[in-house]
Design a protein around this ligand. Sequence first.
Ligand code: GDP
Length: 195
Amino acid sequence: MKVNQAEFIISAVGPSQYPMDALPEIALAGRSNVGKSSLINRLINRKNLARTSSKPGKTQQLNYYKINSDLFFVDLPGYGYAKVSKTEREKWGKFIENYLLHREFLKLVLLVIDLRHPPSKDDQAMYSWLKHHDTPICIVTTKADKIPRSKWQQHMKIVKETLGADKSDPVILFSSELELGKDELWQIIEQKIGY
Ligand code: GDP
């Protein structure tokens, strides 16, 4: 997809603020600091549209970015941030759960995982929950530039095994620094939104 226009629309704190455009939505889930904002910026070739978050985990909001008149990227609040209280976490859960379960325009969830480390318990829980609810998933392993190329396949294998990933779920090797995986990821997104 050629991105001609990309704009930040809203940080929605509840369903009444979700855009009414009826465009397909691609959500990004992952731990705080995993690189979701960087991934969006890389996909749309902007340095700073999606802010790389200064206060990870603090935000209880869905950040909507509109791409051309074709789709929205919806950046979900990062999970698994230690400084967030249990009540905050539970609130996070309900809010996101509602979005993921009931948003009719949601076409795909990009589950963003740090390629360097085995997926955390939170990553595993997220994956299982999404599978349980039959949500279409694409696993994106990012920060690949931070480990030697010779170890990429080995780390991908660990990610897939730790998540217990289905063979049918695409796994994309990504790096926001190297521009690695960008075309492959766009192909999957385009296919999902019938572009
Ligand atoms: P978010 O909290 O998931 O939105 O994560 P950010 O996009 O803000 O990224 C967190 C930190 O990781 C920032 O310092 C980014 O520059 C860095 N980062 C994100 N993606 C990559 C990547 O692919 N490679 C490298 N080397 N650093 C990255």
